[in-house]
Design a protein around this ligand. Structure first.
Ligand SMILES: [Zn+2]
Ligand SMILES: [Zn+2]
Length: 345
């Protein structure tokens, strides 16, 4: 038997030593989990017992930002061996549908994804995973960084979707984990002017440290006036919405430059949003959106290894696996002072 962290009910995770050790099939590897990041979607399940209309199943196991060490490989696995440290890409797709066949596997309707019901997450001592979704970490990338490849891939996908390029001016609404990884990715792609807006000063300080050219505190400053001051009357080439709040989604048409791009990254709690489409039409703005990521784990690992991005900076809290409940509790209760919790096994 092995230990796993079960969501018993809202705001309560317990560790039990009652889960059978999984056995890898021929194409899978068995991984001893070492690090797992706490993600916004996990926190939704913890706080509300559901995400959108999807309730957490009984004894649900959270966690999808996972990295660990291979201890056993199925007999058809090549290129990975026991002892290898790997980052686990959490989604496993059918490989056969139109979307998989065109390389856009994040849109596969048959995806199985860690901690997306009914699939269990990675907060267990051992997991089995398809070998082709495990990416070996080079010596100069820590296993903790391996767990952060997942959120980084979201930021990289967002920056690619929005077409950030050398010299782009970028406004990022929301300075939480996803806002900050979007900042890292935009910066690595050569954006010249990157401004982050948030309500919490801690996040803005972090954004500055990570290379934002300016930050705006939405609590104490007039955001519209400051956006004008920084970007000029025309606005920013690219506006990312990463806060997942209706009010920030609604601001995007006003801050984007004519001919520019709005990129929606955060998922709002409400599906219907009042939105000024006339602004979008008159400015001939492109709206892009982001669902997870695709084909990016190797590039994200290479970007960490080369020093092009320093993703470990976003970790503000570290917890032992036994204290998983406290890790989630911190994410809920101390939202003002936290950015990223990582759980270490
Ligand atoms: Zn995540
Ligand atoms: Zn598919």
């Amino acid at each position: 038997m092995m230990k796993a962290a079960y969501l018993k009910e809202k705001m309560n995770i317990i560790i039990r030593d009652d889960r059978p050790l999984p056995e890898p099939d021929d194409s899978q590897v068995l991984i001893k989990m070492e690090f797992c990041g706490v993600c916004g979607s996990d926190v939704h399940f913890y706080r509300e017992g559901k995400v959108g209309d999807t309730p957490a199943p009984k004894d649900f196991i959270l966690g999808h930002e996972a990295a660990g060490t291979i201890i056993k490989a199925g007999k058809n696995v090549s290129g990975l061996n026991p002892g290898d440290r790997v980052a686990l890409e959490p989604g496993y797709t059918c490989g056969k549908c139109e979307f998989c066949k065109t390389g856009r596997y994040n849109l596969c309707p048959d995806v199985q994804f860690f901690a997306a019901p009914p699939v269990s997450g990675a907060l267990q001592e051992y997991v089995v995973h398809p070998a082709d979704m495990c990416f070996k970490l080079p010596d100069n990338v820590s296993t903790e960084e391996g767990a952060l490849v997942e959120p980084l891939a979201v930021g990289m996908h967002a920056a690619a979707q929005a077409g950030v390029t050398l010299g782009s001016s970028v406004l990022i609404l929301g300075g939480g984990c996803i806002g900050l990884v979007t900042l890292l990715a935009a910066k690595a792609r050569g954006a010249s002017n990157i401004v982050v807006v948030d309500l919490f000063q801690k996040r803005l300080d972090m954004a500055k440290e990570m290379g934002a050219t300016a930050v705006i505190n939405a609590e104490s400053e007039d955001v519209a006036a400051r956006v004008k001051e920084v970007f000029g009357d025309l606005g920013a080439d690219i506006v990312f919405e990463t806060a997942g709040a209706i009010s920030t989604i609604q601001q995007t048409p006003y801050y984007v430059k004519p001919g520019g791009t709005v990129c929606l990254v955060g998922m709002a709690a409400e599906s219907m949003v009042n939105y000024n489409f006339n602004q979008i039409m008159m400015k001939e703005v492109t709206i892009k959106s982001v669902f997870r990521y695709r084909n990016l784990y190797p590039a994200a690992i290479a970007a960490i290894a080369s020093g092009a991005v320093n993703v470990e900076q976003i970790v503000t809290h570290r917890f032992k696996f036994e204290d998983s409940d406290l890790a989630f509790h911190t994410a809920v209760v101390h939202a003002k002072d936290e950015i990223k919790e990582v759980i270490e096994f």
